[in-house]
Design a protein around this ligand. Structure first.
Ligand SMILES: [Zn+2]
Length: 357
């Protein structure tokens, strides 16, 4: 019997579950199983489903689908109806909705996000900030294009007092901006994803569309700056931006292929291998980045009976064909890693257990 290590279950602030709307890519059930297999007991799904999560009706529908998954599936509210950038969502109604998120955090949604469609209209964005501040919800911004949008978001956070959470930071310049903003006390947190500290812009040359995502993989100096940001606390947490696609959406010329990669079933092992085995962080640091800090950002007090058992000793090769996600679109297939999730427990119930091979 191997020595297994028990740590608090992981919390992912950034997943795309495609449900409702794109069941060929993923649904709440397959996404939830993939999350459990990756050691996550709570995830925040982004609102770019079809229909978008922009009303109490679509929110409670997403919540109902999420409950079937066995883990805690929370949702972020869109900023505007149908993410069209015009009419603001009724954030009070979203915050008051009776969801699994509300039962654990006091908020119907885990945050407010326009997802990949950064809201450019300043007047609307200030109105979003005013509501977010009043309700105590984070504004989660995909920040595209990255550095320019982060600069705007920092200014808005300072001006309005709204709490911003910047998603998938990938560039050295962004880390520097966020480090300076935090030093000034701006109410801002941020995340990166494993691919931004594990891979560079050379990867698409080797792997084609399976290494295509937004923001794109960057240079080696950016990768190192992300690691430094994780080390010095500028970057608060690691999220996956789990973005499943069916093979046909990736089997296109690079420019036309869909953006995004799956990440739930590789996040811990890639992070552990690159950051802890790589000598940059301790296991306790990584648990803070993947469990405690993301939970804090959404006001979740992680229950003691949400935990994961890890085999940190036995190396293995990542096998995309064995994923429980419907998506196989990963640039990490075949990578030799440490940090296998053996069992995930949510609310005292085993939601994933690896069968002995
Ligand atoms: Zn995303």
């Amino acid at each position: 019997m191997k020595n297994l290590v028990r740590v608090p279950a992981f919390v992912d602030l950034h997943v795309h579950f495609r449900d409702p709307g794109f069941p060929e890519k993923e649904d709440a059930f397959s996404g939830g199983r993939a999350a459990a297999a990756g050691g996550f007991a709570a995830v925040c799904m982004m609102p770019n489903t079809r229909p978008a999560i922009d009303s109490p009706e679509t929110l409670t529908d997403a919540d109902r689908r999420g409950r079937a998954a066995g883990i805690r599936v929370f949702a972020a509210s869109a900023m505007t109806r149908a993410q069209e950038g015009d009419a603001l969502v009724d954030f009070d109604a979203m915050d008051g909705a009776d969801t699994a998120c509300r039962a654990l955090t006091g908020h119907g949604v885990c945050g407010i996000s326009e997802d990949g469609k950064t809201l450019a209209n300043d007047t609307l964005m200030e109105a979003v900030c005013a509501s977010a501040r009043r309700l105590g919800l984070p504004v989660m911004d995909h920040a595209e294009p990255e550095t320019e949008t982060i600069r705007r978001d920092i200014a808005l956070a300072k001006k309005t007092g709204a709490r911003f959470h910047i998603q998938h930071v990938s560039l050295a310049g962004s880390v520097a901006l966020l480090r300076a903003a935090k030093a000034e006390g701006a109410p801002i947190t941020c995340e990166t994803a494993p691919h931004y500290f594990a891979l560079t812009n050379e990867e698409p040359l080797r792997q084609g569309a399976n290494a295509k995502m937004n923001p794109p993989l960057a240079a080696e100096r950016d990768r190192l700056a992300i690691i430094e940001g994780l080390r010095d606390g500028t970057i608060d947490c690691i999220a996956t931006d789990h973005a499943p696609h069916e093979p046909a959406a990736k089997a296109l010329p690079f420019a036309e292929a869909a953006n995004g990669i799956v990440g739930l079933e590789t996040a811990f092992a890639v992070s552990y291998t690159m950051l802890v085995k790589g000598g940059y962080l301790s296991l306790a640091d990584l648990v803070r980045l993947m469990s405690t800090r993301p939970a804090e950002i959404i006001g979740l007090a992680p229950p003691d009976d949400d935990y994961v058992l890890l085999d940190l000793e036995t190396p293995y090769g990542i096998d995309a064909a064995a994923f429980l996600s419907k998506g196989r679109n990963t640039p990490f297939g075949g990578m030799r890693v440490y940090g296998r999730v053996m069992k995930t427990v949510c609310a005292g119930r085993a939601v994933y257990e690896r069968r002995p091979c």
